[in-house]
Design a protein around this ligand. Structure first.
Ligand code: ADP
Ligand code: MG
Length: 300
């Protein structure tokens, strides 16, 4: 198989591991920076080029699209799809997963557990909006934040109001959630490939924080998810149309709740914590995808 890894940086652990795994499996593989892919869109045929040379003949592409390049990266990926290259995650699914609010709406409609969440636009509605959620503590988060930056815990109603007003002042899109205190700063990253959780880790926030992101100093340990947790993770990925996903769950009194679904989950933390060859599993999955598997039919 001729494979492209769409990644801004070939030196990143995740990218290097995917290249290594692809070579080990005997595939030809190349890292392409999505921001260096450019295209001609024409009725007489698509054309994509990279540093002056045509991009052609790729059987599959593994997208590693960072949050800062979602729009352009997804346009490039869409172009690959239109040229018949298969991908475990479609451009549509990645764009969908990046929007936390949209994910929450779609997943809740399918009966997936989530922390109760509110959002609103007009400052005149803030009081009633927060009443709908119930008493604090609340978690206020940026709609498109990553790595725990932009996630705040507000212990008092005045702090929730203040955070909401500040974000509105910055024209940022946000949502407010109930705080799941019983999780005690831990969450569960379930790495889904296809229809399986192939590796899972429990992440614990550092002392004094409630955010368990490894980028915020969280620590990770391999765990075996319960059957309900694994099912929730696999269903969430499937509903969003993702073949490869990092599903973050929080353990609550009412069962596993989905916090977010990452469409380009990092490999370093999960491989280190679990010892699983996640990169090899992804490459194996991609190699087995039927042609045109990326045609998005979920419509969410
Ligand atoms: P990001 O996209 O920045 O990672 P998340 O929504 O995943 O944002 O939140 C980051 C971390 O904050 C989570 O991994 C979890 O540890 C903690 N957290 C987020 N939402 C809640 C919540 N409603 N209750 C308790 N902890 C939460
Ligand atoms: Mg997260």
């Amino acid at each position: 198989m001729k494979l492209a890894i769409l990644s801004r940086n070939g030196k990143l652990y995740s990218t290097r591991r995917l290249v290594e795994a692809a070579r080990e499996a005997g595939h030809s593989v190349r890292v392409l920076d999505p921001l260096r892919c450019y295209m001609r869109i024409s009725n007489s045929g698509f054309l994509m080029r990279y540093k002056g040379k045509p991009i052609a003949g790729y059987d599959a592409v593994v997208p590693r699209i960072g949050a800062s390049v979602t729009r352009y990266g997804c346009a490039v990926l869409r172009q690959f799809e239109l040229m018949g290259t298969r991908s475990p995650n479609s451009a549509a699914a990645i764009a969908r997963a990046r929007d936390k609010l949209r994910c929450h709406q779609v997943l809740a409609a399918e009966g997936i557990g989530l922390p109760d969440t509110v959002f609103g636009d007009n400052p005149d509605d803030t009081g009633d909006l927060l009443t709908l959620l119930g008493p604090p503590p609340h978690v206020v988060k940026l709609n498109e934040g990553t790595q725990g930056a932009g996630v705040m815990l507000t212990e008092k109603l005045s702090a929730s109001r203040g955070a909401v007003e500040t974000l509105r002042g910055l024209y940022a899109s946000f949502l407010v959630q109930e705080f799941i205190a019983e999780a005690k700063g831990a969450d569960l990253r379930c790495f889904v490939v296809g229809e399986r959780v192939v590796a899972a880790m429990r992440r614990q926030a550092p002392k004094g924080d409630f955010r368990s992101n490894l980028h915020r100093g969280g620590t990770a340990k391999a765990v075996r998810p319960t059957r309900a947790e694994a099912q929730t993770a696999v269903r969430a990925a499937r509903i969003l149309g993702l073949g490869v996903a990092g599903v973050d769950l929080i353990r609550s009194k009412r069962g596993p709740l989905v916090l977010e679904v990452n469409s380009s989950p990092g490999l370093e933390g999960i491989e280190a914590a679990t010892g699983v060859d996640v990169a090899g599993t992804i490459i194996g999955y991609v190699a087995g995808l039927p042609a045109q598997a990326n045609v998005d039919e979920t419509g969410n």
